[in-house]
Design a protein around this ligand. Structure first.
Ligand code: PMP
Length: 362
């Protein structure tokens, strides 16, 4: 383990050990290149090959067709909250947003600067503890797109399948569950995800963009905020985050070597089930935040009977080698983020620790 502890952080988050080891190996010099990934030009043949291979592996993982472009941009998922409406809300200037947490609300705030927003559904009245059911989602019918957040990192809820939006392009913030299972990309207009949870380091955001939507992107937009620029220049209009893209490439290769996303999904379900069973079998000592049908496989959120006990568990857990269990400040309690790279063994050990903690303090 090389002195590594279990990292339950919501993001930046744990990366596969195999990826870290390979990056360490390559850090002095990429094989056959004699220079580090941190030192080479983004215009070099070496980097061309890295970005091309990374995109090819991502296409393979998600069965992405040539109808889509894969972009690697900067300024996080947060910039996508603005870029999406600036580029594809016109000409109708109306978009539907499904609000399932703080990140969806931030996306709405930016969209409102561009045009009209219809809140198609929100679960804020129950502290975002669930995903709205399809019949609760009131689409406006003539929106430019429908936006949703597939996994709500803070509240620990997740869509089990995409909302049905008919022919209206679906736009998804998949920052905290991209690559956790195979999805049908053909259902989407745009998928965006910050890399730092399930894909790589911070500082790079992947955007999967359906090419026919390019016709909506006005030439009047600032160059860097126009998807057209990045599609045409293959994410290299300016200097991209070369190191971040390289790590995403290693993670994509790791996922393929692991057996792909169907395999990853099985592991993710197994890991989450262990933790939810621990919560459900605790006779109310641990109380999950999310309604059962909305539970996330990535972020498991729960409370203890008192705040004092929550603090005690977090402190004792840290001494036992479990880091990052404190819940987000807006909901409190605890949150165990168990992304793809989080080892099954770490979940087993946390469950043992939680059972023992309950025996001592329950
Ligand atoms: N969306 C979701 C679902 C997130 O979890 C986060 C980050 N925690 C963001 C958006 C914002 O991402 P970034 O910090 O990359 O802008």
């Amino acid at each position: 383990m090389e002195n590594r502890i279990y990292n339950f952080s919501a993001g930046p988050a744990v990366l596969p050990e195999e990826v870290l080891k390979e990056a360490r190996e390559d850090l002095m010099a990429l094989p056959g290149v004699g220079m580090s990934i941190l030192e080479i030009s983004h215009r070099s043949k070496t980097f061309d090959d890295i970005i091309a291979q990374t995109k090819a592996d991502i296409k393979k993982l998600l069965n992405i067709t040539d109808d889509y472009s894969i972009l690697f941009l900067q300024f996080g998922a947060s910039l996508q909250f603005s870029m999406v409406p600036m580029n594809i809300m016109p000409p109708k200037n109306l978009a539907d947003y499904i609000v399932t947490g703080s990140w969806s609300k931030k996306a709405v705030k930016e969209a409102k600067r561009v045009g009209n927003v219809n809140i198609a559904a929100t679960t804020e009245e129950t502290t975002f503890n669930r995903i709205p059911k399809q019949d609760e989602i009131k689409l406006s019918g003539d929106a430019s797109y429908v936006h949703f957040t597939s996994n709500n990192t803070i509240y620990g809820t997740q869509f089990k399948s995409e909302p049905d939006t008919g022919n209206v392009p679906l736009v998804c913030d998949a920052s905290s569950d991209i690559f956790h299972k195979k999805i049908d990309v053909n259902k989407y207009g745009i998928i965006y995800a910050g890399a730092q949870k399930n894909m790589g380091p911070s500082g790079v955001t992947m955007v999967i963009f359906r090419n026919d939507l390019l016709e909506r992107c006005s030439d009047d937009l600032p160059t860097m905020l126009n998807y057209k620029t990045h599609v045409e220049k293959d994410s290299m209009y300016n200097t991209p985050n070369t190191f971040g893209i390289y790590i995403i490439g290693l993670v994509a290769k790791w996922l393929l070597n692991m057996g792909g996303l169907d395999k990853m999904y099985e592991t993710n379900k197994h890991k989450a089930k262990m933790l939810y069973e621990c919560i459900d079998n605790s006779k109310g000592f641990y109380k999950g935040h999310a309604e059962k049908y909305s539970r996330s496989l990535m972020n498991i959120t729960f409370n203890l009977p008192t705040e004092e006990l929550e603090k005690k568990l977090i402190t004792e857990a840290l001494s036992a080698g479990f880091s990052g269990l404190k819940g987000h400040r807006s909901v409190g309690g605890l949150r165990a983020s168990i992304y793809n790279a989080f080892p099954t063994r770490g979940v087993e050990d946390l469950v043992t620790f939680m059972n023992e903690f309950q025996t001592k303090n329950g």
